[in-house]
Design a binder for this molecule. Structure first.
Ligand SMILES: Nc1ncnc2c1ncn2[C@@H]1O[C@H](COP(=O)(O)OP(=O)(O)OP(=O)(O)O)[C@@H](O)[C@H]1O
Ligand SMILES: [Mg+2]
Length: 264
């Protein structure tokens, strides 16, 4: 079953007085099945985040459609968006920026439950502590603030927050790009394990083809707001057809000893 179907997506940003609008995303098609991970890769500025943001309702859709669970959500109103957030969550690159520094981890993780579930304080606390444990943190971490954690731990917290309400789709936008290689591998494996348990779909956005390859069954290669190439991860790697993809593959060779822990 298809969970997310993006067709002919266009996102146009105004550039100010007497300057033509900028087409950040120009007719992009993309499909994600239930429980599947699609990798979206491309150079900086190619429009990857813009696509993720359009799916999340954070970028203006000027053409095409975004169907989620069979419904077009490209023009969803704020109220519909709030309801959708139960099924669609995001993990950004910098959880330091997205975790509220003045709230404890426990408060941050309880927030999605408060919005979408009607749980007693005791039930909420036990859900929070189960999730903390699941992502490799301690129950007592609920009392601490974001500043007290390392980058890798903060990314685990961001993953925990995204999964509190068991969403159907998680958009991961450069979710491990700020981490060192071994921490990257840990967080990626955590995501994979949680996906195997919970069955969510992932739109996995990264400029790093090696990371995308590790996570995704299919890859979409973006260049200047357009899809250059798409296919199974295996096919893209075995025979990249587009010159841009060939360059990407050449720049992300498989036998890299530092990344060996991440190879399947
Ligand atoms: N809110 C905005 N207003 C105007 N232009 C924007 C806005 N957001 C993005 N852009 C432009 O759209 C283009 C695509 O940006 P986007 O952030 O989607 O790229 P990206 O592929 O995610 O890049 P990176 O790998 O650096 O994160 C860029 O040229 C960017 O400057
Ligand atoms: Mg980006």
């Amino acid at each position: 079953m298809t969970l997310l179907e993006v067709s002919g997506l266009r996102v146009t940003y105004p550039q100010g007085f007497r300057r033509p609008d900028f087409n950040a995303v120009n007719g992009v098609d993309l499909e994600i099945g239930e429980g599947e991970t699609i990798g979206l890769v491309g150079e900086s500025g190619s429009g990857k985040s813009t696509i993720g943001n359009a799916v999340l309702g954070l970028a203006p859709v000027s053409g095409g459609s975004i169907r989620f669970d069979g419904k077009d959500i490209s023009k969803a109103k704020p109220r519909q968006r709030r309801l959708l957030s139960e099924h669609m969550q995001v993990v950004f690159q910098d959880p330091y920026g997205s975790l509220n520094p003045s709230r404890t981890i426990g408060q941050t993780l309880a927030e999605p439950l408060r919005v979408h579930r009607d749980l007693s304080p005791t039930a909420t606390r036990s859900e929070v502590s189960a999730m903390l444990e699941r992502v490799g943190l301690r129950d007592s971490d609920a009392q601490r603030y974001p500043a007290a954690f390392s980058g890798g731990q903060r990314q685990r917290i961001a993953v925990a927050r995204a999964l509190m309400v068991r969403p159907k789709l998680v958009v991961c936008d450069e979710a491990v790009s700020a981490l060192d290689l071994s921490t990257q591998a840990q967080v990626l494996n955590l995501l994979k394990d949680l996906q195997a348990e919970m069955g969510m779909s992932i739109l996995f956005i990264s400029h790093d083809l090696a990371v995308v390859r590790y996570m995704s069954s299919r890859i979409v290669v973006l260049y200047r707001g357009e899809v250059m190439e798409r296919g199974t991860t295996r096919d893209i790697y075995a025979s990249p057809t587009h010159p841009y993809t060939q360059k990407l593959v050449a720049a992300a060779p498989i036998p890299d000893p530092d990344r060996r822990t991440m190879q399947t």
